[in-house]
Write a protein that binds this ligand. Sequence first.
Ligand SMILES: NC(=O)c1ccc[n+]([C@@H]2O[C@H](COP(=O)([O-])OP(=O)(O)OC[C@H]3O[C@@H](n4cnc5c(N)ncnc54)[C@H](OP(=O)(O)O)[C@@H]3O)[C@@H](O)[C@H]2O)c1
Length: 304
Amino acid sequence: MPRAVKFDRYGGTDVLRVVEVDRPVPGPQQVLIGMKAAGINPGEAAIREGAFAKQWPATFPSGQGSDLAGVVEAVGSAVRNVAVGDEVIGFTNNRSSHAELVVVEADHLIGRPTHVSWEQAGALFVAGTTAYAAVHAVSLKAGDTVVISGAAGGVGSIAVQLAKILGAKVIGLAANHTWLADHGVIPVAYGEGVADRIRAASGGKVDAFIDTFGGGYVDLALELGAAPDRIDTIIDFAAAAKHGVKTEGNSAAANTQVLVELASLIDTGRLEIPIAKVYHLADVRDAYQDLAQRHTRGKIVLVP
Ligand SMILES: NC(=O)c1ccc[n+]([C@@H]2O[C@H](COP(=O)([O-])OP(=O)(O)OC[C@H]3O[C@@H](n4cnc5c(N)ncnc54)[C@H](OP(=O)(O)O)[C@@H]3O)[C@@H](O)[C@H]2O)c1
């Protein structure tokens, strides 16, 4: 029987179990995927811990996971865009991609280009579309200077590269300076004195700010002179409400057109999804404990 990650109550990583489940059957517009890789995301941990229990209550047993890449095992009677054996990248909104077999809507899938590894493909959806939305929210153009917090994390590592592609000068706040410098980003250490270090690195001109970490970066962005409509935070919604800055994230770009664009950038060597670590599905608790340290360099990925 196929295995899937499930949890029966809100809690820490100890509530996660890998259990045998019935083989899922795709509906007419759906596709059954044999998962090859599936990214993990901090938002899934927050859901599991019950942080969104009021807005989006879970039904138990709950699965988890949105991102995935894999091979088509079966298609519903009305599906025309993919066939058995196709290699695909996609997403599900049903919290279910952390499993050996996953049912996905046919129109949530794209083909996997040749030069996109399984791990990069499986990690692409949430972080990639979020980075894409954030970069577009702050209207970057050639010559702009943008500061990005959490610059070497899942979303940040993609956002810095997309901002570079648009011609911006990119200052990345992180502890991981080597990867950023190798990708044409000016690395700046966060912590006390960060505002002065950013001013020194930027020459005093900060046009835009993307916050993927929270904890005061919206205030810092305003202090550095970025206009509110050129600041985007994907995490600090209280600061956004207070200061009228943007909060565009995953939902603003969660579609296959953006996935195609991102996959094509990877395929042609213009975008890298750094893979911090690969865990087997059976070690899903370890994977989320690793992510909870908040020092992931790129993406953590599950494989069957
Ligand atoms: N709104 C949305 O649609 C949306 C979508 C996806 C994610 N999110 C949220 O966005 C956040 C980031 O997600 P993610 O997947 O990129 O997380 P992640 O992969 O865990 O990355 C977090 C990064 O933050 C850096 N960091 C740690 N302490 C920092 C500090 N004091 N200042 C600046 N950076 C620091 C870490 O880098 P170093 O090791 O270099 O310190 C790490 O690489 C999460 O809270 C997530 O829930 C929101």
